[in-house]
Design a protein around this ligand. Structure first.
Ligand SMILES: Cc1cc2nc3c(=O)[nH]c(=O)nc-3n(C[C@H](O)[C@H](O)[C@H](O)COP(=O)(O)OP(=O)(O)OC[C@H]3O[C@@H](n4cnc5c(N)ncnc54)[C@H](O)[C@@H]3O)c2cc1C
Length: 420
């Protein structure tokens, strides 16, 4: 006899923990599956502070933030399988899903009425950015360098260059400096930094670590171990400019060149993915295109703050517990070109929609600008922002109970510089 659950959450990071707690509180029988030995996801290795400012109004470290949810999860007595990897999911003919879970005990089949995908992100690697040269040791993603430094007690470099100004790279610039390594500089191909403003100040400026915009690493040198990297300036199309190359001696190259939502399981179920976010297309309850499958946290879109990761987990948890298989009337939202993305990307006109939480980023840094949500000619929501920066995600909650029965849904971001 297979184990049967109402809600199965895949991933035990902050999104999965919040989802499981919310689904359990709503009365569902819940299972959480995590491939690592301990719950907490990426937060386990984020020993710096700055987590929970929105939710708890406190500056917590990653493990402290995670512990608050792990304590609630344990107190609720929710079933958990750790060191267990979900390798496949099958749709059952009468509704629901059958999961294949692999652990040290072997292969287990689990049935669940609904699924919450809280599988987080993976980092882009050296292979996904064009760097020529040999393949020496010493080239790490920022997350791997963080894992080695914070969880294994191993310093991966004594003198390094960081490629990419994403938050993990900035945090590792500070962390490696504090551990005695020399960080020669952070090189960013774009003309503007990719990380949060607070991280630029707290991790680079406060430690006198230079940030070189419109620069990239074009080549690595070294037989067994990295000995140097070649740096070049780039043009507006981010192509290296010949003649601007210089060689920097170092034994480490740390890559912070982006995160990609982990959605192989979603894809195997035929869930539609948004090319802008690389996460599932969802409705206001965070249900994907596959009825009964929900997505949250960094698997849905890359979040800047963990507080919003937990918020989306709770939303998905409540919605999965309430899922009854009712027919949906999905209305896609047409997203203007000034928006990098908007989540959710569609609204179920049959749902309650009393509080639909949207998250968005602008495509480029913008001064005074206006976001407007419309259904046909009716304005559903409008807000003016003094400025917008792509690294900083924006959040808004809209009451869509009175959504007109027809009319195209649109989301437009318009620059108001120049007095519009
Ligand atoms: C280096 C770094 C620094 C950060 N700094 C800050 C900060 O200062 N402040 C802040 O607010 N936020 C910060 N963040 C962001 C925040 O930590 C993340 O947004 C958050 O951890 C994402 O949560 P998640 O649950 O979606 O994913 P994760 O934490 O990545 O959890 C996903 C979990 O799913 C599991 N999983 C995946 N696939 C499977 C499978 N098939 N079977 C079983 N389990 C699976 C993984 O093992 C993992 O434990 C930082 C993130 C990083 C990486």
């Amino acid at each position: 006899m297979r184990e049967q659950y109402d809600v199965t959450v895949i991933g035990g990071g902050p999104a999965g923990l919040a989802a499981a707690i919310a689904a359990d509180a709503a009365g569902a029988r819940v299972l959480l599956i995590e491939r690592e030995a301990r719950l907490g996801g990426i937060l386990k290795q984020c020993i710096h502070d700055g987590f929970g400012l929105v939710r708890f109004k406190e500056k917590l470290s990653g493990p402290e933030y995670a512990e608050r949810f792990i304590d609630q999860f344990r107190a609720a007595g929710i079933d958990a399988m750790t060191l267990t990897f979900v390798t496949a999911i099958e749709k059952l003919p009468d509704g629901g899903f059958c999961l294949t879970a692999v652990s040290r005990d072997g292969v287990t089949a689990i049935e669940s009425k609904t699924l919450i995908l809280a599988t987080g992100c993976r980092e882009r690697t050296a292979k996904q950015v064009a760097i020529h040269g040999t393949r020496p040791a010493g080239v790490f993603t920022a997350g791997t360098a963080q894992h080695l430094t914070n969880l294994r007690g191993v310093l991966p470099t004594k003198k390094c260059v960081i490629l990419g100004s994403g938050d993990i790279g900035l945090i590792m610039a500070r962390r490696l400096t504090l551990e005695g390594a020399e960080v020669l500089g952070v090189y960013e191909a774009k003309p503007t930094p990719s990380g949060l403003t607070r991280n630029l100040h707290q991790c680079l400026h406060d430690f006198n670590i230079p940030l070189y915009l419109s620069h990239t690493v074009t080549r690595v040198f070294g037989a067994d171990r990295l000995t140097a990297v070649e740096i070049a300036k780039v043009d507006d199309a981010m192509r290296p400019i010949p003649g601007t190359e210089s060689v920097v001696e170092c034994d480490g190259l740390i890559l912070s060149v982006g995160l990609i939502p982990e959605n192989e399981l979603a894809e195997s179920l035929g869930v539609a993915l948004d090319p802008r976010t690389k996460g599932p297309v969802c409705d206001g309850s965070l249900m994907t295109s596959c009825p009964g499958v929900f997505s949250c946290g960094n698997a849905l879109h890359v979040n800047d703050l963990v507080d919003y990761v937990s918020e989306s987990g709770e939303q998905a948890g409540r919605a999965a517990a309430a899922f009854c298989g009712a027919a949906r009337d999905l209305a896609p939202i047409e997203i203007g070109k000034e928006l990098l993305y908007l989540v959710p990307q569609q609204i179920d006109r049959n749902a309650d929609n009393a509080t639909v939480t949207f998250y968005f980023r602008s495509r480029e840094p913008m001064g005074k600008s206006r976001l407007r949500l419309q259904c046909g000619d009716a304005v559903l929501f409008e807000k003016t922002y003094p400025f917008l920066r792509p690294p900083e995600m924006e959040r808004l909650t809209v009451d869509l109970r009175d959504l007109p029965a027809d009319g195209a849904l649109t989301a437009q971001l318009t620059s108001m510089e120049g007095g519009a």
